[in-house]
Design a protein around this ligand. Sequence first.
Ligand code: PHE
Length: 357
Amino acid sequence: MDDLRDKYIERIAAAGDEAELEDLRVQAVGKKGEISLKMRELGKMTPEERQVAGPALNALKDEINSALSAKKAALADAALDARLRAEWLDVTLPGRTRAAGSIHPVSQVTEEVTAIFADMGFSVAEGPRIDTDWYNFDALNIPSHHPARAEMDTFYMLRAEGDDRPPHVLRTHTSPVQIRHMEAHGAPCRIICPGGVYRADYDQTHTPMFHQVEGLALDRDISMANLKWVLEEFFAAFFEVDGIKTRFRASHFPFTEPSAEVDIQCSWVDGQLKLGEGDDWLEVLGSGMVHPKVLQAGGVDPEQWQGFAFGMGIDRIAMLKYGIPDLRAFFDSDLRWLRHYGFAALDVPTLRGGLSR
Ligand code: PHE
């Protein structure tokens, strides 16, 4: 029995794979294996002999079975190790180079403005960039003789002789979207309208195409106080300066009454502009209570509804927030400028995730 044991324990230890191990199992403890045959011999023994040989054989069988399963587990571990080594993958490979494209500051700032106003319950409305002079002027209480028409440096669409369709212009501001929105949805409402506008003007702070965002809030009891709160909330969030001060200066727009131009607090130190501190002021938008004639033009009853409107330059606030000195560069499509001032494509601004980089 000792010989049998030594033989099998040694062979099991030396087995190189599972097939070899299985052969050994059959030879030792299989139905016709050596140990099974020995067990059959028990019947020919005297009861006394059997009492000694029986338990010893059973113990041997157990010992060999556990050696087999231990070896089987060891072989499986070794096989797994070998596989892990063979299928190893270096997940620390360097990342792919950054996508070449970037988000233009105007798009970025439009998203930022939208996120802030959306949080205050404003939705986004849009209108056409080519509009009739009725939407761009008349409906906004700017009749044809009004000096504001001349001041706007309007681009008129050319009409063939005898073409009597209404004159079209490249919209000079986003205010016509107020009228279109009122016509379509009436009051109450709370919207912003971002988009491109056009005026024949060109210098460091003016380009023939630029961007505005219009705001319009109508309800039964909206006042200038609501306007002030909304704008202060906006500036604090946008410029990321808590308690940034605003100054409302009495002004005039044909489509609002009363009207105010709004400045934000800033300082100029060594030619460096800082927002939200100091005692200088920077004009950022025009605003006021929507004129009753404008409500009427949009089909809204001025006896029942009132509200505020504002118009702000998107490019302007982008320049201020991101320290971009020349407006003209916004529209030069110079890749070096876009790489410098552009934003990563996946940095979508949200109030929770952060508005800027
Ligand atoms: N439309 C005006 C402009 O372009 C801005 C403005 C909008 C003023 C709404 C008052 C109310 O200058």
